[in-house]
Write a protein of this length. Structure first.
Length: 372
């Protein structure tokens, strides 16, 4: 037998000690849900709360909050940076320091971290989405990837977006809220593969699906008009499920000029992986020939920051899809022989020939989209 042994009587080196702790459980943990918690400061920086953490047997206790500056992004799309603690084993020169590691503009994957027990170990606390040319990091763009607990029960996490960056042992259970995952693989570089095991209690949350136009803003639905919306965010599949209905009331209604939009849930932005995603819906109108049903398609895009654009059959006799609008950008009736220059959809009236605009009575939508 040719083996290197540590733990019996004799000297245990830094590397051996760190490796022993790494094999005994999770390599990197904070001690509570509040320890080193990352939050937005309202400018282009992240605050790390005070707290206690341990990485491969090395304990760090920070008594004061720290502010970490994040570099500006001059690119054309978002960048994922990592904020964390860097543990370095180097004898008398060993240290623990806060670090920020920049990602690649446009990449949906955070930068690779160095995680070697007894050498250099970079413990991620937050993945920060740095959007182009911003001076402020939004709260929703600070993704908390800390892990705590795990002794006598599942490891705990505050949320699950980009949570695969955590370094957990094969077979571990990670819980976030009511959702549980099993760690089914670890790539050897500290990144975990998580498989959903329980999501029975994913909540539906109410939101306001505002209907508006890009020219005139929020549409007036009239007395008794209603907007109802619900969404369910599934972190396991990075999917948001949305349902809404918009019903007009009586009296004065105003649907403005130009292309209409309907708000998505605040802070849940569609993924940039797809240029276009499409959802389904239905439009009811009550003009001209009475009640009519029109199939709607909702265009969902990352650069539409938290709204969708409803597309509908252009006219009663024209199946081409165009953005829904009550009137042209100038408020005019448009050219009768040029579809899209006035209201969309419309019904063509005969004797005398004219347009009858089909303003909405009811709009419904039910669709899912991949989130950023």
């Amino acid at each position: 037998m040719v083996a290197s042994i540590a733990g019996f009587k004799g000297t245990v080196t830094e590397v051996q000690e760190a490796t022993r702790f790494a094999l005994a459980g999770a390599k990197a943990l904070v001690d509570t849900a509040s320890a080193f918690k990352p939050t937005s400061t309202g400018v282009r920086s992240v605050q790390l709360a005070a707290g206690t953490a341990m990485v491969c047997g090395v304990l760090v206790v920070e008594s004061a909050a720290q502010i970490v500056q994040v570099a500006a992004n001059s690119g054309a799309s978002a960048r994922l940076d990592v904020v964390g603690l860097r543990f370095t084993w180097a004898g008398d020169n060993s240290s623990v320091q806060v670090f920020v590691k920049q990602g690649v503009v446009g990449s949906t994957t955070p930068p690779a971290l160095t995680r070697v027990a007894g050498g250099t170990y970079e413990f991620p606390l937050a993945v920060v989405r740095v959007r182009p040319s911003v001076s402020t990091i939004a709260a929703a763009d600070v993704l908390d990837v800390r892990v705590w607990g795990g002794f006598g029960g599942p490891f705990q996490a505050a949320q699950t977006e980009q949570i695969g960056i955590v370094d957990l042992p094969l077979g571990a259970v990670l819980q976030s809220g009511t959702t549980e995952y099993n760690v089914t693989a670890n790539d050897g570089q500290g990144n975990s593969t998580l498989s959903l095991t329980s999501a029975a209690a994913l909540p539906w949350t109410a939101y306001d699906p505002v209907l508006g136009t890009h020219k005139d803003g929020v549409c007036a639905l009239g007395a008794g008009g209603v907007r109802r919306g619900w969404y369910q965010l599934d972190p396991a599949t990075q999917t948001c499920h949305v349902k809404f209905e918009i019903r007009t009331g009586t009296g004065t209604r105003n649907f403005g000029r130009g292309t209409m939009y309907i708000d998505l849930p605040s802070g849940i932005r569609p993924s940039a992986v797809f240029t276009d995603q499409w959802g389904e819906g239905l439009l009811y109108t009550n003009v001209g020939d009475g009640w009519m049903n029109w199939m709607l398609k909702f265009l969902i895009r990352n650069d539409y920051n938290n709204f969708v654009v409803p597309y509908v059959t252009s006219a009663g006799h024209d199946t081409r899809l165009l953005p829904m609008q009550s009137a042209g950008d100038d408020g005019g009736i448009g050219n009768l022989d040029q579809v899209g220059t006035g209201g969309v959809p419309y019904i063509e009236q005969q004797n005398p020939r004219a347009r009858v605009y089909s303003e909405p009575e009811v709009i419904t939508g039910a669709f899912s989209f991949i989130v950023a």
